[in-house]
Each structure stands twice: as C-alpha cells, then as structure tokens.
Ligand binder design. Sequence first.
Ligand SMILES: [Zn+2]
Length: 212
Amino acid sequence: MEFKFSSYENCLNFAVEENYKFVNLSNALESNEKSILLRHDIDFSLDHAIKFAEIEKSLDVQATYFVRTHCKYYNALSYSSKEILNKLESLGHIVGLHFEEDYYPEENLYESIHLEKQILDSFLQTPLQHIAPHEPTRTNRLEYDDNRLKEVGIKFQAYDKDLLEKYKYISDSSGKFKDGFLEEHLVKNKETYLYVLTHPVWWFENSPVERY
Ligand SMILES: [Zn+2]
C-alpha cells in the first residue's frame, strides 16, 4: 500500500463494507461497535486536507481536522484558508485546534488556547471544541487538564487516556506507519477500535517516493 489518496479511499471503502462505525472524539469512548476514529493534523497543507475531506464525504464518513495557527507554510486566517476550513465543516467534518504551545509563555497555556479558540470561532460555523497538540514529543505535552480545558470551552482532546486505552492508535508521522499500514490493521488485524492519525502532507494522487 502506498501513500496515495486512492489507497486511503480503498481502506475507507473496506471499512464501510465491514460496517465499521465512524466516530469522533466526542462519541468514541461510548461506542460498543467496531469503530474508527479518523483524525488529520494539518501540519503543512490545507489543499491536501480538502482532498481527504472530499473522499470521506463521498463515503459519508466524518473526520476531525486539526488546524495550526502559527504554521510557516499556510496562514489559517487568510481568505482562502477560511474558505477551506468552512468547506471542511460543510462537508460534515469537525475542525479542531492543532495547538502550538511553545509560541506562548508557558504560564499562559490555557489563556492561549482560549485566545486561539476565539480567533477560530470568529469564522468557523461550529464553535471549536477539539484540541490536539502539535509535535507533542518535542513540547513534551500530550495531554491537557480536562477541567482547565472546559473552562476555556474545549471539551475534547486528542490524547485522552481512556481513548488511547480503548483504541488501537496508528499514525503516519514522518511519512511512515511505523506500526503497520492502515490497511493491515483493518484487513488483517481486524481491529475493533481503530484510531487513525494521518497528516495530509504525506499523501498524493501518485505517491512520488517510496518510503522504507
Ligand atoms: Zn502537527
């Protein structure tokens, strides 16, 4: 399997045929059916994100897209980005905050999250309620305090402990599924609860490189 949009589509197709339920961070824990949680961290390219969103929409599947506000490669607040983020919402997807905490002084963590929520809320159709940290290994923060998050209007976090206990978590970080490709976990391992993180930047119409 390659990092092609068509491979991703085939996997989703398979999951739909196998009657997997597509969940999000708000209902994943309570699900007792075979479930898949689709998450995309938009690290570099909003254009690639749209491609995923359209594939998912065509299969009536929902995903959550986490957007950065301090990215060097795209400006989440530009006119064209706003259009893309609104389009993600209109395709039935969720937009969350891909938070870059090292932009701010450490002591302002939750205030900063609140500030970014307010900025994104100024143009999103649905108030932002989801957060996922960007590069958590580097910043050393995977989790946030649930109560502090609630105080600033955020209800769901990507690395919730219970969620990670229940779901098999796989990620294409650095352009590799270290733990086996998506297809393997679906078709071969038949995971009951699967949490898939993809970064749209690694995926193309035609995979330009082979990755080993
Ligand atoms: Zn990231």
